[in-house]
Write a protein that binds this ligand. Structure first.
Ligand code: SF4
Length: 369
């Protein structure tokens, strides 16, 4: 197999959707009692008939997570380096068509921001940008990594998809992991939500984790933006992608995230909602399907819900986040990518984790165990 595209094209969205909805209570029970769960089991666990089994799924998910990761939650801070973007993504506050003030942090501003983030205790940082290849390119990332590396044990990025050689370069500079979410695996809807710019190329994005895997990156983060399409079908394709990558690039580690669409400046999306209860079902289903994968929950989710998720399968959380370039100290009023829902400080989040009997961990797992 050349890339995930070859696997993906063997599936039809409608067939997958129908087969999830055809799952029975007996399929869910078989999935719950299986010692190793397949993609068919995963379908049963995310299906509507699994709703009465959520409590049982939560208990299993809790046990499996604790067995693999201990009673710990890893914390990280996102650092938005730039809100420049040449793409139109209809759900994003940084989208090209929005007439907002654009900003890319200078080297001095990056140092000013990381100084504040460091003071909160973080040792793991996620660098985020839009897609503006002329100003925010590989050389810019290399420079940022050089500046940040002396101060943080782990550096991750969530930026535009790059070429394999570029990922290799970044890895040599000290990059630890790359997050690239497909947003939706529905090809036609993807075109609808991404009408302009490089991101409109569905297949280039779909094959990005293959390029990251070939580059030998330590970790790859996958995900879909919940609210763009039917969450069950979309997250099945994400599980299929994860399963493929794990088999092919078996030395790489994986994380998964389930961001739900949040309000943002100039954005009007009334999509396919997923309830809190369904999101719990989804998180537990992923844990039951894959005992190794890290599960990350961002500050898009509200405080009480995040507190509740600590014991259910989550391994990683952002905290005290700012989603605007310069938001920690340089320019606190620049436009944010989306509204934060949980606006507690990192210290407050860490205290709640500790009150739940868990240890907040300020850097990546691999450096801990
Ligand atoms: S989602 Fe990313 S690529 Fe799309 S408009 Fe926003 S910043 Fe740009």
């Amino acid at each position: 197999m050349h890339s995930f595209k070859d696997i993906f094209e063997q599936y039809s969205w409608n067939d997958v959707q129908q087969s999830i909805h055809r799952k029975t209570a007996r399929d869910v029970e078989a999935a719950l009692s299986a010692s190793r769960r397949t993609l068919e089991d995963f379908k049963a666990l995310i299906s509507p008939v699994a709703a009465p089994y959520i409590e049982q799924m939560a208990q299993l998910s809790h046990q499996l997570t604790q067995k693999r990761f201990g009673k710990t939650i890893q914390l990280f801070a996102p650092l938005y380096l730039s809100n420049e973007c040449n793409n139109i993504c209809t759900y994003c506050g940084f989208s090209l068509e929005h007439k907002i003030k654009r900003k890319t942090l200078s080297a001095a501003e990056i140092l000013q921001e990381i100084n504040v983030i460091k003071q909160h205790g973080f040792n793991h940082i996620l660098l985020v940008t839009g897609e503006a290849n002329h100003t925010v390119h590989v050389d810019y990332f290399i420079n940022a990594i050089h500046l940040i590396k002396p101060h943080f044990s782990n550096i991750s990025i969530e930026v535009q998809p790059l070429e394999q050689e570029e990922y290799e370069q970044l890895q040599r500079t000290g990059l630890h992991s790359v997050l690239v979410y497909q947003e939706t695996y529905h090809k036609d809807k993807y075109k609808h939500y991404h009408p302009k710019g490089k991101k409109s190329n569905f297949h280039y994005r779909l094959e990005t984790p293959d390029r990251i895997g070939k580059a030998g990156m330590h970790k790859i983060g996958l995900g879909v933006l919940l609210g763009l399409e039917d969450w069950r079908t979309d997250t099945f394709f994400c599980a299929l992608h994860l399963d493929y990558l794990q088999k092919k690039y078996w030395q790489t580690k994986y994380s998964i995230s389930f961001p739900r669409i949040r309000p943002a400046e100039g954005v009007d999306i009334s999509g396919f909602n997923i309830t809190d209860k369904e999101l719990v079902q989804l998180i537990c289903a992923y844990r039951l399907f894959n005992e190794e994968v890290e599960i990350s929950i961002s500050t898009r989710e509200p405080e009480t819900f995040r507190n509740h998720l600590i014991k259910l399968g989550t391994t990683t959380m952002s905290a005290g986040s700012k989603t605007n370039p310069g938001g920690y100290s340089v320019d606190e009023n620049s436009l944010e990518q989306f509204e934060i829902s949980d606006d507690r400080s990192a210290e407050e989040v860490a205290a709640v984790i500790a009150a739940n009997g868990y240890q907040p961990v300020w850097k990546d797992w691999d450096k801990v165990f």
